[in-house]
Design a protein around this ligand. Structure first.
Ligand code: ADP
Length: 555
């Protein structure tokens, strides 16, 4: 801008300068010419007056000659009779304009230009009383010649003037542009250097305010989006058309091993898949990382027919996959677990019906059938119970004394304990809980059954029920085989049997039922066990008073 103003000023100054020089020279020249013409006409009149009075004019002619004035006397016919400059001149000047004019009006004046010598000759003529003509002529340099003569001083003067003009234009441009440059464009109305700029600056301020507002909204939306996406369990990655990471939330950085504000080049595998998405293809991949399973979806973002970027979503599907696996295992287990007793029943029945069993073996075979049948019944019952617990349907709740239930169950188990040479002890205290008696019974029954079953010869099982801080606490302690640490979580899974050799009569559903029943009642199960030493299962259930609030809360 400064440059442009500078050039404009410089151009204008030079133009004015040259125009001034030309105008001044021309005006001066015009003034000089009219003065010269006046003077010449006056001289002509004075000499003509002398001649009309028949006075001697030789003195006047001498004076005039000294001022370069040429005096000519021309006869009435137009023939030169006297010429102060060329005495031998006898030319016919009747066709000269000044003579023609003087013949008709008494006076005549004409300027003649000589291009060859760049001169102008002024001719002033008067008709004398005797009809002849007096003509005074004077030559001057033409305007062009005058310019030519003054060329040298001009050649010296013009560069000087150009330099001055250049400096002046520069200073002026800086002076004009300086305050404009000093305007604070973020706050344009704070200092307005030229009033003429006010409308423009006001408009600018309006735009600034709009931009500030939009920026604020954008920042708000961005931070909202960032906060939302940061707390997302899914990884979200946005890739620009040029393959740059436009946005990546925390999870995406973790899944793809990217640094915050990192680039795709940090992960070549990701880069290759992103490039596929940028070429318009949808890509699906499964990624295993740190024991988790992620489903990766690469989708191109298409605007019209053009791919303007790509979005990558990383979903943690570990639980989903595990649940699916568990479902598959469950189906396989149910099928297997039901098939095994059925096979025994079926083969025993076949042998019996074919009469292939000796009479003395018949009780043994019928024993198998009844044993397997009751195992199947118990398994089907457990499956039904478990699915009821899982769906939490048909659960009739009532306030019951868990102690009474425990006493009843333990006493029923005494015989089984005795058969296995296990000492079974119970110590309980009234504990009112709000729950289904069937579930409460299932908890104690399964725990005590296991404690006897997975015990050692001459071992012991001690069961206690007490209350503490609003909770009913049931402890089933045995001196059995114990459970290895790495299996302690798994034994609560459905059909999981830690020791298949011992669990031939079990279904692998008992602890799953205990766990579900306890958590459905707002409680929990904990296990402490040492391999070879025994286990302690602790079930905590809220007492009826607090449990009703817990249930309300759960509802
Ligand atoms: P099961 O019908 O096989 O007993 P459970 O679900 O009741 O099924 O138990 C799962 C597994 O946990 C058992 O197979 C057994 O290996 C282990 N287990 C359960 N209770 C005990 C215990 N008191 N001592 C040692 N192992 C136990």
């Amino acid at each position: 801008m400064t440059r442009r103003i500078f050039h404009s000023i410089l151009g204008a100054c030079l133009l004015v300068m040259f125009a001034t020089i030309i105008t001044t020279v021309f005006t001066l020249y015009q003034g000089f010419v009219s003065e010269e013409v006046n003077r010449l006409e006056k001289e002509t009149q004075i000499i003509a007056a002398s001649l009309n009075r028949s006075e001697d004019i030789s003195g006047d002619i001498e004076i005039l000659a000294s001022t370069d004035i040429r005096v000519c006397l021309i006869s009435a016919q137009g023939i030169v009779t006297y010429d102060s400059l060329h005495p031998e001149n006898e030319e016919d000047h009747s066709d000269r304009q000044e003579i023609i004019d003087a013949r008709t009006s008494g006076t005549g004046f004409a300027i003649r230009h000589s291009k060859t010598i760049a001169q102008e000759t002024y001719n002033s003529a008067i008709r004398l009383n005797d009809g002849s003509f007096l003509r005074l002529s004077q030559s001057h340099s033409s305007l062009l010649k005058l310019f030519g003569q003054s060329a040298l001083p001009l050649v010296l003067l013009i560069p000087l003037l150009i330099v001055f003009t250049w400096i002046f234009a520069r200073l002026l441009a800086a002076h004009i542009v300086g305050p404009i440059n000093a305007i604070d464009l973020t706050r344009p109305l704070e200092h307005i250097p030229y009033e003429q700029l006010r409308p423009l600056l006001e408009r600018l301020e309006q735009n600034n305010q709009q931009i500030r507002q939009q920026m604020k909204q954008l920042e708000m939306k961005t931070s909202e989006f960032e906060a939302l996406s940061a707390s997302m369990d899914e990884g979200l990655l946005m890739i620009s058309e040029t393959g740059k990471v436009a946005f990546a939330n925390k999870m995406a950085n973790f899944v793809f091993n990217l640094k915050p504000k990192g680039t795709l080049q940090e992960n070549p595998g990701l880069e290759a898949l992103a490039n596929l998405a940028l070429s318009g293809k949808e890509v699906h991949k499964i990624l295993h990382k740190n024991g988790r399973i992620y489903s990766l979806e690469f989708a191109p973002v298409i605007n019209g027919e053009k791919t303007i970027g790509a979005i990558v979503l990383a979903l943690d599907i570990t639980e989903k996959q595990e649940a699916q696996k568990r479902r598959q295992e469950f189906t396989a287990n149910v099928t297997h677990e039901l098939k095994t007793p059925l096979q025994t029943i079926s083969s025993s029945a076949e042998l019996l019906s074919a009469g292939l069993v000796k009479p003395e073996d018949i009780p043994r075979f019928t024993g198998y059938i009844s044993q397997e049948a009751s195992r199947m019944i118990s398994m089907v019952n457990d499956i039904i119970h478990l699915s009821r617990l899982e769906n939490e349907t048909d659960t009739v709740r009532q306030i019951v004394d868990w102690n009474a239930i425990c006493e009843k169950v333990v006493s029923k188990m005494e015989h089984a304990a005795e058969v296995s040479h296990i000492t079974l002890l119970y110590k309980g205290k009234k504990a009112l809980v709000n729950g289904s008696p069937a579930d409460l019974e299932a908890i104690i029954k399964n725990l005590v059954e296991n404690a006897i079953h997975y015990n050692k010869e001459e071992g012991s099982v001690s069961v206690s029920l007490f209350t503490d801080q609003g909770m009913a606490i049931l402890k089933v302690r045995d001196t059995g085989i114990g459970i290895p640490v790495h299996l302690q979580e798994r034994i609560f899974e459905r059909f999981y049997t830690a020791d298949p050799s011992r669990s031939q009569t079990g279904t692998g559903l008992g602890l799953a039922i205990v766990n579900h029943a306890a958590s459905n009642l707002g409680g929990s199960v904990a296990l402490k066990s040492k391999e070879g030493e025994g286990s302690v299962f602790t079930v905590r259930l809220p007492l009826a008073d607090s449990s009703s609030t817990a249930l309300d809360r759960a509802a």
